[in-house]
Write a protein that binds this ligand. Structure first.
Ligand code: SAM
Length: 241
């Protein structure tokens, strides 16, 4: 059974968009995952196909109606996690991506306007996920980000050449720098250890660089990494390599 993604959106023509290319696109073609974009407006019942209304309490903007959002969600309620993409959600992390990629798939609700009525979030027990501390004009690019991150982890999507094991966030560390030919470019060389052929020394250099970069740029991740190390020391009595 392939991993199934359903996107509820007012702009179904935006999909597959970038997800039809490269790794994700090849995975789609090969049936490793499937993507269905369902038009929220198709779940309206009035002549004008209205999906939004003015906010109770006043204020600028429009709110997506709970009855329409609920009808769209009900049409795909089959046990997959139902997610509302919103700047108010918990930040999307690699561990959340791994959890979602390990399940049967996802149903993603893309908001527009000021977002959806709170009651449908509660009634449908929607998981709220944000792709970052900035405001997009709609949930569609956020859905693409979430799907791209999940799909590349599905078995068979990435080849051995694109392993996810060593990547940023795999142990709460950012990735070390990469170099390729030419060995000298615009007067800039390559760290000599990478040309040494000494695998253990290369691994140690990469590890040290990953630690340095994480410490410099992301003190929050560095703290998580340190607490992982402490936990492993307690369990095994040894410090992790
Ligand atoms: C203009 S935004 C609404 C912003 C909302 N009024 C607020 O201040 O939180 C419209 C829709 O874009 C999506 N969106 C915007 N920024 C997002 C983010 N950082 N992560 C996930 N979805 C986002 C959500 O689906 C949202 O309902």
């Amino acid at each position: 059974m392939s991993w199934r993604a359903t996107v509820l959106t007012l702009f179904p023509e935006m999909f597959p968009g970038p997800l039809g290319q490269s790794l994700a696109g090849r995975g789609l073609e090969r049936g490793i995952w499937s993507l269905q974009a369902d038009d929220i407006r198709a779940h309206t019942t009035d002549r004008h196909r209205t999906v939004d209304d003015t906010p109770f309490g006043g204020g600028a903007g429009m709110v997506m109606r709970p009855d329409i959002a609920d009808a769209a969600l009900a049409a795909h309620a089959d046990g997959r996690p139902a997610i509302y993409l919103t700047p108010r959600g918990r930040p999307l992390t690699q561990s959340a991506v791994r959890r979602l990629a390990g399940g049967p798939g996802v149903v993603l609700f893309c908001g527009r306007y000021e977002g959806i009525d709170q009651r449908v979030i509660e009634a449908r027990n929607l998981e709220e996920i944000s792709v970052g501390d900035y405001v997009l004009s709609g949930g569609e690019p956020a859905a693409m980000i979430l799907l791209d991150a999940c799909v590349r982890l599905l078995p068979g999507v990435m080849g051995a050449a694109e392993s996810a094991e060593d990547e940023s966030f795999s142990t709460h560390l950012l990735e070390y720098p990469h170099y390729t030919r030419p060995a000298e470019w615009q007067g800039r060389g390559v760290p000599p250890v990478l040309l040494s052929g000494h695998h253990a020394a290369v691994a140690a250099w990469r590890r040290a660089e990953a630690e340095r970069i994480t410490q410099e740029r992301r003190p929050d991740l560095w703290a998580l990494h340190q607490s992982d190390l402490r936990a492993r020391t307690v369990v095994t009595g040894r410090t992790a390599p």
